[in-house]
Design a protein around this ligand. Sequence first.
Ligand code: CP
Length: 310
Amino acid sequence: MRHIISPTDLTISELDELLNLAEDIIKDPKKYSKVCQGKKLATLFYEPSTRTRLSFEAAMLNLGGSILGFSSADSSSVAKGESVADTIRVISSYADICAIRHPKEGAPLVAALHSSIPVINAGDGGHNHPTQTFTDLLTIKNLKGRFENLTVGFCGDLKFGRTVHSLIGALSRYKNVKFILISPEELKVPTYIKEEILDVNNIPYEEVRSLEKAIPNLDILYMTRVQKERFFNEEDYIRLKDTYILNTRKMSLAKKDMLVLHPLPRVNEIAVEVDDDPRAVYFKQAEFGVYARMALIITLLGYKEGRPLC
Ligand code: CP
């Protein structure tokens, strides 16, 4: 039994298999429409979500399985003080696999330690968001065709943005990847990411303030929302929230084949006028999230081509 707590819980070859499987699902979804018949996915969401929870649920339904769960801590016995450990012990006897989102870093790991079913981290605080990373990688593989030799710019809230932390970790395993980290001083990538991922792997990176100056050099621009819910003080959020707004003028400075990704939800950081630019692929990226999660669910449930799930 495997759990997915961090994107690097899969080796590069396992990740390749997962992405190839996701691309096969995109080509022929009907082939997979009954693979999870009789299986149940529990979605335990202690924090708000639109894409992650609903794409997990759509994924399981597309595979012929069923879903159960809760979409806020208030609507579960957590409101009465139940621990994550006790909750997952109980859920283990109700479902075959579970996805958990929690505001506290490390909560999905605690769940995994007390679970007898595979646990998938669907986002823990400002830490990791591995299934968003699989979605981002599938988007890059499908639309860019490679992970190597890319200059990837991350822009916005690089301090609290867990999707940024996870994607930096995953892309750092490929050759000739360079990062341009675009943020205000207060929202820089945490030191542990620089020391434990970038420095250890000799990954070249620059920390800059100006999106205009950085954009001409990028193959991928990964925009992020300033994470209001993780700020201690509203004044700081208001001061920083509109630091970057990607608009058509800034897009005119970018390469013709640069891709703009964003995990969504968007607030103000990408002007709606950019949506019509063919390089803006964030809605396609959200669609790919279903296929990435379908591939992950069946992989963790033991799918092998031509054989039923165990
Ligand atoms: N990208 C993402 O995690 O979106 P949700 O918060 O809507 O799940």
